[in-house]
Ligand binder design. Structure first.
Ligand code: DON
Length: 304
């Protein structure tokens, strides 16, 4: 069976599986979605682009954006970045406050909310027009014209963002946030509100399979070493306290979001994006993980 046939077969199978997940109701607008949506899209370095189901529908990418904001901050600051955020798996939930107090406001990694808030703060300090500049950076990574913020989702999250506000203020008290917490939070909610489709995501993330060079114009975004490091952080921290299990079941670097999206990268081969909005208890797409587990099992290729 070729890749397209495997994807179609697994899609047909997993679409019928009883979904044990639930929509991310803590952000009210995220419940405004067809919970049965299911899409998959793969983009490979040898020019295969193939998708099934709702692969062209845009959805809220939420924490998947944390990879892109990290990459922009890394390309601006270089290795100095790691003075403000570490690269260890947290073993705690994405929005946990527990480690921050004992670890003096230095977040464990850039993908938990605490780390992503520090990255948002860094971007705020370095960009003239943070929202426009970040969107421009993301648009440069692929030929996708479809990327944009959702004011509706950002406002919805801002209205209930008590926990992120607590995280941001706690980090500020340790002097690891430079800007006003309200500004950092506003920027962070906008980042998380970005909307893209599985097709857009798999095309965009393909540069991480391509040693840091974009596919559209062969532009180098990260060095080879930096690209390895971003993939390594996705491998070890991309699924919060389910990162070990994702490595065990799927065996690829990846990143999830509470909108139900997952993107995974096979260095030197492909990027694949899956969307199914119902989440498991750890906040990761139930069917998304099921699909990717079966996909690397059937294709018998993973980074291990
Ligand atoms: O800050 C939040 O809670 C959300 N904007 C993002 C969390 C998220 O996507 C975690 N991913 N699984």
């Amino acid at each position: 069976m070729n890749i397209e046939e495997i994807i179609q077969k697994l899609y047909d199978k997993i679409k019928l599986v009883d979904d044990k997940g639930h929509l991310a109701s803590y952000i009210p607008e995220l419940e405004n979605v067809n919970s049965e949506s299911f899409g998959v899209h793969i983009s490979t370095l040898n020019n295969l682009n193939f998708g099934v189901g709702n692969c062209y529908d845009k959805f809220s990418i939420q924490s998947i954006v944390k990879v892109l904001s990290l990459i922009m901050a890394y390309s601006l600051l270089g290795e100095k970045l790691w003075n403000r955020v570490k690269v260890e798996p947290s073993g705690t939930a994405f929005n946990s406050l527990i480690q921050l107090e004992v670890e003096n406001g230095i977040p464990r990694n850039p993908f938990i909310n605490a780390g992503a808030l520090v990255i948002a703060d860094i971007l705020l300090s370095h960009l003239n027009k943070p929202k426009e500049d970040f969107l421009g950076f993301v648009k440069k990574l692929s030929d996708s014209k479809e990327i944009g913020y959702s004011a509706r989702i950002a406002t919805s999250e801002k209205n209930v963002g008590y926990r992120n506000a607590a995280l941001c203020n706690l980090i500020k008290s340790f002097e690891n946030i430079e800007n006003e917490p309200s500004e950092v939070l506003d920027f962070y909610y906008n980042l998380c509100s970005l909307e893209m489709s599985c097709e857009g995501l798999s095309k965009l993330f393909l540069f991480l399979a391509n040693d840091g060079f974009t596919l559209v114009d062969n532009k180098q975004i990260l060095t080879r070493s930096q690209t390895k490091r971003i993939n390594a952080i996705m491998q070890t921290c991309g699924f919060y306290d389910e990162s070990g299990e994702f490595a065990f079941k799927v065996g690829l670097p990846g990143k999830s979001g509470v909108g139900g999206g997952i993107v995974a990268v096979h260095p030197k081969h492909y990027a694949i994006a899956v969307w199914s909005p119902k989440l498991n208890k750890k906040g990761n797409s139930y069917k998304g993980i099921r699909f990717l587990e079966d996909f690397t099992t059937e294709t018998e290729i993973s980074i291990f």
